[in-house]
Ligand binder design. Sequence first.
Ligand SMILES: Cc1cc2nc3c(=O)[nH]c(=O)nc-3n(C[C@H](O)[C@H](O)[C@H](O)COP(=O)(O)OP(=O)(O)OC[C@H]3O[C@@H](n4cnc5c(N)ncnc54)[C@H](O)[C@@H]3O)c2cc1C
Length: 463
Amino acid sequence: MHLVAIGGSDAGISAALRARELDPGVEVTVVVADRYPNFSICGIPYHVSGEVADWRSLAHRTVADLEATGMVLRLDTVARRIDVADHGLLVTGPGGAEERLAYDALVVGTGAVSVRPPVEGLVGAGALGAEDGVHMLHSMDDTFAVTRTLEERRPSSAVVVGAGYIGLEMAEALTTRGLAVTQLEQLPEVLPTVDPALGALVHEQLVAHGVDVRTSTTLEGVARADDGLEVRARGAGGDRVTLRTDMVLVVVGVRPDAELAAAAGATLGIRGALVVDRAMRTNLPDVFAAGDCVVTHHRLLGDTYLPLGTTAHKQGRVAGENAIGGSRRFAGSLGTQVVKVFDMVAARTGLKDAEAVSVGLHPRTVGFEGDDHKAYYPGSHRVRLRTTGDLATGRLLGVQLFGHRHAEVAKRVDIAAAAIFAELCVDEVSDLDLSYTPPLGSPWDVVQGGAQAWVRETAGAGA
Ligand SMILES: Cc1cc2nc3c(=O)[nH]c(=O)nc-3n(C[C@H](O)[C@H](O)[C@H](O)COP(=O)(O)OP(=O)(O)OC[C@H]3O[C@@H](n4cnc5c(N)ncnc54)[C@H](O)[C@@H]3O)c2cc1C
C-alpha cells in the first residue's frame, strides 16, 4: 500500500502521520512544493513581530521528526498532474526533472492561496510585488519576503489591507516592530466574524495602540511613488483616500487551491473548493482531500468554506485514516476561532444571527458582561459575551467573547464550542459542572452567566 499526500502543511502532514500511526507497514510519501513541511503558518505574525526570533521554531515538527515516523518527504517537489485511471501522480523535483509516483491512495492537501484584490497595481502586467514592498502572506516564502522588506528597506510605515483575524495579527506585529500602521477595512467594522458590538471593542484596542483604523474604506489601487508607495482607496461617503506608505500588506482572505484535482475531474463546490463527503473522499476513485482546499461540513450550516488550521488537522487525520481503509467521518466544524489583538482577545464559536436565519433558525442574541474571576482577588478582568440561542428550540447556537488576554477567553469559547457540539440548550449550560476557585473563576462561570441572561431575556419569546 502506497499512500501519497500532496501538501506539507496541516492537512497533508496530518494525513501522513495518521496513516503511519495506524499502520507502520503503509508506505507514505508526502510531496511538498517548498522546503518547509509542517510549519505553523499560524505563527507567522509572531515571527514577523520579533517575538519568535528564529523562524525555524515555527516548525510543529522538524524534517528529522517527520522522517522518524517513517514517512518519505519529497521537498521542493510540485505535483503537476493526477492520472486517476492508472493511479499515478506526475511531479517535478528540485532539479526540474519529471517523475511519476504510483499511488494506491492519494490525499490532496494543496491548501489555499491568498486572494489578490483585482485593483490597479495588484493584478495585471505591472503588478507590484515583494521587491516593491507589496506583500501577501500565506507561506514561509511570503514570510521571508516580509522580513526581508523590514530588514533591508527599514520601512517606518505600513498599510495593512483587511481587518480579519490575520490583518489584525499583522497590524499588531508591524506596530510591535515600530512601524506606523494604517489598517483599511471595507466593511463598517473590523473583525466581521464577530458582531459589530464586539468588533468596536477590537477597533478601540487597535486605536489605543496607535493603529490608524479606516473602516468602510475600500482599496482601489497601489502605485510606486517617489518616496515609497501610494495607496488609493474610497472612504465611507465615497471620498477619495490617498495614503503614502513604505510597505503594503494585503490580507483579504484566501481561496482554495483546487486546480490540480479539478483538472483530474474532481467536482468543485462552494467558492471553488473540492467537494468531499464526510469521509473526506472526493468523487475520484481513491482520491481523498482535506484542509483549505475542500468544502467543509459545518455542524449547524451544512456545507460551507471555512479555512482554519484546526479543521485542516482534523480533516487530514480523517483522510489519512480512510485512505488506508478506515471508516472515520469528519464530525464537522463550528467555526470556532480566537484572535489576540494587543492586550485583548476576541473569540467566537457557532453562529451569529444572520447565519442562523440563513438556515431557517430563529435566533436571538443577548449581551452579558461579567468578571473572569472573583473581583476581590487581584487582577480580575471584565469579559463581554454575546450568547445566541434558538427561540424555537432553546438550543445554544453561538457565543462570542471579548476580554483581556489573561481572562481565559480562548478556553471559555471552547466551553461554548463543546456545549454546541453536544447540542445543549442554552439553559443546560448552567448545569455544566465547571471548575471554580476565586483567583481563576466564579461559582457561575461568565459563560454560564451569559446563558442565564439569555434565558431571562427570552422568557416567553418562543418562536
Ligand atoms: C498568517 C496566518 C495565520 C493563521 N492563523 C490561524 C490560527 O490562529 N488558527 C487557525 O485555526 N488557522 C490559522 N490560519 C489558517 C491555517 O494556517 C490554514 O487553515 C491551514 O494552514 C491550512 O492547512 P492546509 O494543509 O489545508 O493548507 P496550506 O497551509 O495552504 O498548505 C498547502 C500545502 O500544499 C503545498 N502545495 C500546494 N500545491 C502543491 C502542489 N501542486 N504540489 C506540492 N505541494 C503543493 C504547499 O506548499 C503547502 O505545503 C492562519 C493562516 C495564516 C496564513
